[in-house]
Design a protein around this ligand. Structure first.
Ligand SMILES: Cc1cc2nc3c(=O)[nH]c(=O)nc-3n(C[C@H](O)[C@H](O)[C@H](O)COP(=O)(O)O)c2cc1C
Length: 128
């Protein structure tokens, strides 16, 4: 899913796309948009994503007004992307893209296309 989001974003000219497992606060601070991906484990986001958000909050990273989006696969409840999006919106003041993009277990070709679309939408919002 992340690869497809990145692929979609790369379709937009003058946008640099970085795909990372973990982004440090200063890396988040440099970005114009951040798209978080996390599967749902025990009704929550994965630990690295939670740690990344907590580290960014502690470091007082300014993400206000930047574009934020979230996606993830899940099995039966799938809360993680929505939990992430609420933090992006309410804690960091990001402009979020709704609804979040979720997939049950493994993305179909159609869902991968939705991922590409999400990436493209995010990138288009950056360049205006
Ligand atoms: C230990 C464990 C806990 C899980 N807990 C949830 C859960 O609470 N809700 C849910 O919707 N899916 C849950 N799942 C299913 C995963 O979200 C699903 O398999 C997802 O596609 C895993 O993505 P990944 O392969 O990228 O880690 C759980 C899976 C495992 C192995």
């Amino acid at each position: 899913m992340a690869a497809a989001v990145a692929e979609g974003a790369r379709l937009v000219a003058n946008v640099e796309v970085d795909m990372k497992y973990y982004a440090k606060p200063e890396e988040l601070a440099e970005a114009s948009a951040v798209v978080f991906g996390s599967p749902t484990y025990y009704h929550d986001m994965t630990l690295p994503i939670k740690q990344m958000l907590e580290e960014a909050a502690k470091a007082k990273v300014h993400l206000e007004g930047k574009i934020g989006a979230a996606f993830g696969s899940y099995g039966w409840s799938g809360e993680a992307p929505q939990l992430i999006l609420e933090i992006l919106k309410n804690r960091f003041g990001m402009k979020t893209i709704e609804p979040v993009l979720t997939v049950i277990y493994t993305p179909s070709q159609a869902k991968l296309e939705e991922c590409r679309k999400l990436g493209k939408t995010v990138a288009e919002k950056i360049v205006g």
